[in-house]
Design a protein around this ligand. Sequence first.
Ligand code: AMP
Ligand code: GLY
Length: 412
Amino acid sequence: MKVAIIGSGGREHAIFWKLSQSKLVEKVFVLPGNGGTQNNVDIDTNDFEQILHFCRHNTIELLFVGPEDPLANGIVDYFEDTPVLVFGPEKRAALLESSKIWSKKFMQKYGVATADFWEFDNTAESFEKIDELDGNCVIKYDGLAAGKGVFVCSSKAEAKNAVAEISKKYGEKSSFLIEEKLVGKELSLLAFTDGKNYQLLLPSQDHKQLLDDDKGPNTGGMGAFCPVPFYDENLKLQIEKEIIIPTMQGISNENFNYKGVLYFGVMITEDGPKLLEYNVRLGDPETEVVLPSLKSDFAELILACFDGSLKNYQMKFSKNYFVDVVLASGGYPHKYEKNYEIKGLQNVNESTLLFHAGTKKNDDKILTNGGRVLNVVSKGETLQKAIENVYVECEKIKFTDVYFRKDIGKRK
Ligand code: AMP
Ligand code: GLY
């Protein structure tokens, strides 16, 4: 089978790596890919006409959609009458990620445990609510914002500034939410689904903030690890009961065409697990640790979502822990330079995985080409060992102004 992947980040390199190992897969293309992926094809991720043309011309049977945009723009619907299997939800179901308000209403309708929320498109009214909550709340822009539309606030001034920022950026009449602020530990759970059944990958944790101790501005993710030591069978059952099973009931009731991944961002609060958000795709950088921990044949798992065999699919996992440290360009997530040569890539040890993100090939050199440049992923029999291993490897890779967090996986 020939497969094409849409996207160009570390997530897509990890998908490329995993699919390339499948006994069912003959060739994997990446549209447009990066300096680490092979068989790159320079097509825009939202140019559906070109993508379809490419798939027809190259007899692609399976199209794996990495990022959320093409899903929110309806790529699954666009390919409906073609023989290509597109892995992802239809446009209607992608609203679970692309509209925060729609998604909260879905959670409410189906009894999914989540934070209380209030909906606004008017600054004055929202200020009354902010005063009532004494500024202790979370403000979320309704639409897709690449992780930059969420403001976790601790004071009235901070919350009102967040509302002002949303109005400035997205227009005065833009819709947003105010949410009850939850406290607890977070984890990411990724489910493969056929629209009725699901199979879970191992739990992981992202590190969204730029600086150690979860300080500084939010980023696309500075690292991840998996599995999460505090996740046990009891917690799994609770999350399934309170969050995943009601969600699947909703997806089934709404009759969504959903053969893809559903991501649950969960907070474990004193009152039990609550859902922070859905994403309708694999997370980045979570994918860079959860795919290495998956021992099953990846193409087989994906095809199980289409052929009715997912329900009884037996997932197989590694016993190791995996840690991913993101090497970023100095200055990211603000202004940064590109085109520095990355050196030392050949010095990492055999068991370390390098998933490229913002890189490009230039003759036989690899150059920086984005804010998050490279994911360095190591394993270990314990989380501690995996952390030690990954930091030894990070030191071997050099480029001008490289920056990475020193505390990935060390959260208490
Ligand atoms: P989201 O994109 O909705 O997951 O929000 C991004 C991040 O903001 C989450 O990973 C949490 O760390 C934080 N967050 C979102 N909603 C809440 C909430 N209701 N209470 C506390 N933190 C939140
Ligand atoms: N790691 C969070 C996300 O992919 O949205």
